[in-house]
Design a protein around this ligand. Structure first.
Ligand code: SF4
Ligand code: SF4
Length: 439
């Protein structure tokens, strides 16, 4: 793996000598005060639309991602939900079990439990059992801080299908991003405990300016620890990640990132590890068929929020995708309406069912792939610009700009207010590629 790492470092140094230097500066930076969520119980959603259309009744979610609690045992500096303290009105056990019934009735085939840390809810295992009892595949995503052998055995006997452990860098970077020393070692211990207990293990990694050089090393951890799959996604400017914009990749960094990701994909193939590029790692560049060739269409499709995916917050707020900002994209809570009413009649969940090229703006509106892609990840553009429809984190777009001698750079103009799933406002600057960066 040394070869890959060395190759990447040299590639970065040719194209962008600043990246390594910035990483050092960011590493030395004093840890900012972690802002805890503002625990307001303000939950306002637009009223539901009067009727469900045939399209809304035909469209059914296959995958639900359910935040069981916002309570967390870490305080990650890139956490989009600013997890730490539980929400004031989290669902009761009875409400959770009823929600499991509603998810099954709606036809959901897989539920992924997230937090905060889902296992910090005392009834966590009961909820896993209830999901399994309805014949739904149950998985979880976890930082693994408190996931010891006892809990791993309990999860195995409750029927958990697999667990995705978050690894965001080599030890120093991971602990820095997770905001707690020892977090990396705990994550590795959790992986081992789960495997010993017979639970299948995968890994997820958020990519940002701090950890790009660590990616080859993370893959070696997967190989050594017997992980079956690796999901990689970009750190997005939401929650605490919006408080440190200098940690985020710039759109033009994708020009260097994608050759590395392609080399990592080749290594994954060699070692029998499935590589899943996250939905926000866009799209349609020369590596698309290696990265997404196994998808039904053989390439990226448009956003799945409200079409095949739904997200639930721990007080019952339903969104088309778990990552979307709560305020703009919450369709209502299951305390006000049934899950199927929200799914079929909330305008926030219908958005991607109705989106056309006419809803796109900026470069995306004019893009060759616009009709297929429809600006890709709704989350990414929403948290950058406060509206969907223009997504600069796209390899095809970065290449097109580069061909014209241009690049796109994001500058934060307004900070995020400091609530769970919040965001700031960024300006997109299109500028000539600096002479020193031209290839
Ligand atoms: S430029 Fe926009 S529409 Fe075109 S492929 Fe990229 S994200 Fe999709
Ligand atoms: S908003 Fe982004 S992460 Fe969410 S479903 Fe759409 S593409 Fe996927």
């Amino acid at each position: 793996m040394v070869r890959l790492a060395a190759w990447f470092h040299s590639a970065v140094e040719v194209r962008d000598p600043l990246l390594a230097e910035e990483r050092e500066t960011l590493l030395r930076a004093r840890r900012p005060r972690v802002s805890l969520p503002t625990l307001s119980d303000r939950r306002r959603s637009l009223p539901l639309l009067a009727e469900a259309r045939p399209l809304d009744r035909r469209t059914r979610p296959r995958h639900a991602v359910w935040e069981l609690t916002l309570r967390c045992d870490q305080s990650c500096r890139h956490c989009g939900s600013r997890a730490g303290v539980e929400r004031p009105n989290e669902l009761t056990t009875e409400e959770c079990l009823d929600l499991v019934r509603q998810l099954a009735d709606l036809g959901v085939m897989e539920v992924t439990l997230i937090g905060g840390e889902a296992y910090l809810r005392p009834d966590f295992l009961d909820i896993v059992r209830a999901i399994r009892a309805r014949g739904i595949h149950c998985t979880m995503t976890t930082g693994g801080r408190g996931l010891d052998r006892t809990l791993a055995r309990e999860l195995a006997s409750a029927g958990l299908g697999s667990a995705s452990i978050s690894i965001d860098g080599a030890e120093a970077i991971h602990d820095r991003l997770r905001g707690s020393k020892g977090s990396y070692r705990d994550a590795l211990a959790a992986m081992r405990a789960l495997r010993e207990a017979g639970v299948r293990v995968t890994v997820n990694t958020q990519i940002n300016r701090l950890n790009v050089p660590d990616l080859p090393g993370i893959l070696e951890v997967l190989v050594n620890e017997g992980a079956e799959a690796w999901q990689i996604m970009l750190t997005v400017a939401m929650g605490r990640a919006a408080d440190e914009p200098e940690v985020l990749l710039q759109p033009y960094d994708l020009l260097d990132l994608f050759p590395l990701v392609d080399a990592l994909a080749a290594r994954c193939q060699e070692r029998g590890i499935r590589l899943y590029p996250g939905n926000n790692l866009g799209y349609f560049g020369p590596y698309e068929s290696r990265l997404r060739g196994t998808l039904p269409r053989g390439h990226a499709a448009s956003c799945a929020a409200g079409r095949t995916t739904l997200g639930i917050e721990s007080d019952g707020l339903v969104k088309g995708c778990p990552s979307l900002p709560s305020a703009a994209w919450g369709g209502g809570t299951i305390r006000e309406h049934s899950l199927s009413e929200i799914w079929e009649r909330a305008s926030a969940l219908r958005y991607t069912r109705d989106r056309t090229v006419d809803d796109l703006t900026g470069f995306c509106r004019t893009c060759y792939y616009a009709d297929t892609c429809r600006a890709g990840c709704t989350w990414t553009s929403s948290v950058l610009f406060g509206r969907p429809g223009d997504n600069p984190y796209c390899h095809h777009r970065a290449l097109e700009r580069d061909r014209e001698g241009l690049r796109e750079r994001l500058v934060r103009r307004e900070p995020a207010p400091g609530e769970p799933f919040d965001h700031g406002i960024f300006e997109l600057i299109v500028e000539p590629v600096p002479r020193s960066k031209r290839s």
